[in-house]
Design a protein around this ligand. Structure first.
Ligand code: G3P
Ligand code: CA
Length: 277
């Protein structure tokens, strides 16, 4: 992937435009695209019968009308649940960011069902401009390794696993697990990778990454503590992907530090903040 010298900040819609729409629903991704996001982020897990589904938590309890552990439920059962109702009553706000009232109606019934990665890939291939997909593999112990293998196989079926150059890849793969990132590099060497960081391990403080990672992925809390981290990573040739940036001060900090990819729940508000200043 390009080093820090490349381009400006790219806005990545975290779980879709999830400040306005229930996370990981088709409605959230449609809105992110409508709001001009450069990229979209999603988390993937395996259902009991081996389908890649876009769900953040280990269980479906928080984000659906049902209960249970994703990896113990078959696709058909996961698909019976409503993934939008829990968000309907929430105020449309993200910390500190002014969100515009939306002209679009609240989640469409058929846009709030279970989202599979296959459906999300279909949505992204049907639009007229490139929107990069940042896929994060969650790793239930029982499926460690399999989720990455299934993901690469699915991308291969869609012609996305072997871009001629990493810089041109329509997909970026990410994990907090260095082992998972390593497996991704092994299975699909041309797909760029982000090593997500929720703390700066002593070995990573100098901005270095293992050879199988291309982009540094610190949480924004780490940049508040150690703003120099971005330039140390850049000196080593790494761009930075920062999550999850939903606060005016965070957006300004990321822009001033030269963060390349900015993951936010509110892409439109973030974009206007980046453009205005
Ligand atoms: O984009 C990375 C970020 O999503 C990691 O945290 O918990 O939201 O998956 P989480
Ligand atoms: Ca994630």
């Amino acid at each position: 992937m390009p080093a820090a010298a490349s381009g400006g900040t790219e806005v990545v819609a975290h779980r879709g435009a999830s400040a306005h729409r229930a996370e990981h629903t088709l409605a959230a991704y449609e809105l992110a695209i409508e709001q001009g996001a450069d990229g979209v982020e999603c988390d993937v897990r395996l259902s009991r019968d081996g389908h890649l589904v876009c769900v953040h938590d280990r269980r479906v309890d928080r984000t659906s009308s049902g209960r249970g552990v994703v990896s113990t439920l078959p696709l058909a059962q996961l698909a019976e649940l409503d993934y939008g109702h829990w968000h309907d009553e929430l105020p449309e706000s993200a910390d500190g960011l002014v969100l515009e009232p939306l002209a679009v109606p609240s989640s469409h019934p058929h846009s709030r069902g279970l989202l599979t990665l296959e459906t999300l890939l279909g949505l992204l291939s049907d639009i007229s401009r490139p929107v990069r997909l940042f896929v994060e593999t969650k790793h239930p112990t029982r499926y460690a390794g399999l989720v990455e293998a299934k993901l690469v196989a699915l991308l291969a079926r869609h012609g996305l696993a072997s871009p001629s150059r990493r810089e041109e890849s329509a997909v970026v793969m990410m994990s907090f697990s260095s082992r998972a990132v390593r497996r991704i590099r092994e299975y699909a060497p041309q797909i760029p990778t982000v090593l997500l960081l929720d703390r700066l391990w002593p070995a990573r403080r100098d901005g270095s990454l293992p050879p199988w990672a291309d982009i540094a992925g610190p949480g924004v809390h780490l940049l508040h503590r150690d703003p120099e981290y971005v330039s140390r990573a850049a000196e080593r040739g790494y761009d930075t992907y920062c999550w999850t940036v939903d606060d005016v001060a965070d957006v300004n900090l990321c822009r001033d530090l030269g963060v390349r990819y900015l993951a936010t729940n509110a892409p439109a508000a973030t974009r206007s903040l980046l453009t205005d200043r």
